[in-house]
Design a protein. Sequence first.
Length: 552
Amino acid sequence: MLLSVFHAVFGKNPKHDALVSSGSRNWKKALSVLSKHDMAQSHKDSVVAWKGYQATSQQGDVVQMMMPSNAHERTDYLKRIVAVTSMLGAQGLPFRGNDESVESTNRGNFLACMGLLMKFDPFPQNHNPPSNATYTSLVSENEMIECYAQEVTSVIVSEITRSKMYSIMVDEGRDGRSEQLAVCVQLMSFDAHSIADKLQQQLQINGLVDVKHVAQTYYGAAVMSGPTGGVQARFRRLHPEAIYIHCYAHELNLVLCHTCRAVSEAVELFHLLECVYYFFTTSLVNHHKFKDAQSKLGLAAVELVQLSNTGWACQLQSINGVLETLPAIFECRSLSVLSTIYTLLMFQTLLSVTEGLHKLLQKETLDLEKALKMLCVTLSRVNAQMHLPQKCTRVPRLCASYTAFLNHMLRKGRNREKLKISVCWAHNSNLITEEVLVARNFLACKADAGYPPQDMLAVHNLLSTDMFPCLKEVLQGPLTVPVSSCSCERSFNALPRLHTLLHQTMGQRRLQNFAVMAIENGILSQLSHNKGMDRFTKLFINLFKETQQIPR
């Protein structure tokens, strides 16, 4: 009986061939049957598959050939790839070029860096990877960026898990035609329910649902701060212990904006400053004359500042800009009036009192204790201005507006300060009296020895967890509570820079991963390249198992 062994083992449809399914016993026509079967395409494919199997049995398959023989070379090559990816991501530089052909003079930073390595590093010069395993394609690049973003996120999540409590700061901003949260999640709608759901979704993705959530900080828009339907109210239904903190930096800006609008003289002054700004900036001729006047008078080159309701400390910057360039713009008759000059000086003095608080609230290392202390100092300085009548002796008519401005600022500031203190210290009910007494004596001994703690963070670090478990947890709460959402503002400041350098064509997923690398470049710089390479290798193996193809 004649049988086709090749087709029986390697054929795609062996049942349709008689030589495979049942065989042939007609020996008279054996030569013609074999000749016809030998010319069939299915038989040829089976023979090729058989020879490939023989070669694999003798030399091993592709994966086996790659791993034992040149695994060391592939590892060294991949290390250089991930190192270049990490460097470009940390610096926020674009990867790809518009024309990446060999003839192009600008193939993009990624390929340019790899070419630079080949000039001075002998290993890339001698290493010739297969064309389907160079890892320089757009697909591999996006996968590496995502791997590094996941590594950075895992570091942040591990730090949160170790601390056993955390707060959340949220801000949203428009990026082109889409809304972005500070965590760079694209919103499909702009209501409080959608934002709260996105926050909870991110916490679940990163495994932070079971970690104690002590506070949440947003700006004061109704969609965020609403007591019933706002984000903070919806979020507290899921996390009752997460108190809401209105961003202190936004609050200070609201106090100044409302105060400047409450006094008629202040309204007139800032309207005049706005007119001066537009007069010298909207016309190139006027702007050139303004710069020439500064140069002739020997003044430092200073640009006028536009007023804004959302720009922090813009009122003081506008006043300082006008006063510094006053000789150059003195041709404006309205500024030559004594009352105008006096009002400029008066508001410069008043707004300078809050300048230090503005700068402090924008620091990344700020904690609640420092913010409250600086707020009390600022309010006392504003209150001290009430007892300086000599400032109003030259212009008696402005005394009333001067006093009204101070009263309005003090009233707004004190109301907000009392609210924040009462809310933030609501978690101190479980404080153990014995621990407080022992800690007080312990800190007194440190002070007598010449090492007094400077702030609440220093006190927290001095206390032992074994000796003061409850007190240390109580101190950890205020230290964890965010004072402002300036970190979110810094995240949004990175988006225009990334879009400018990296073009508007990147997708949301790549933008999110790249923003994590660029914003958290401090964590990224401390990550070992082996971690990024290991995560990418696991992804490589999973893709190979799913597609049986080596990703490029």
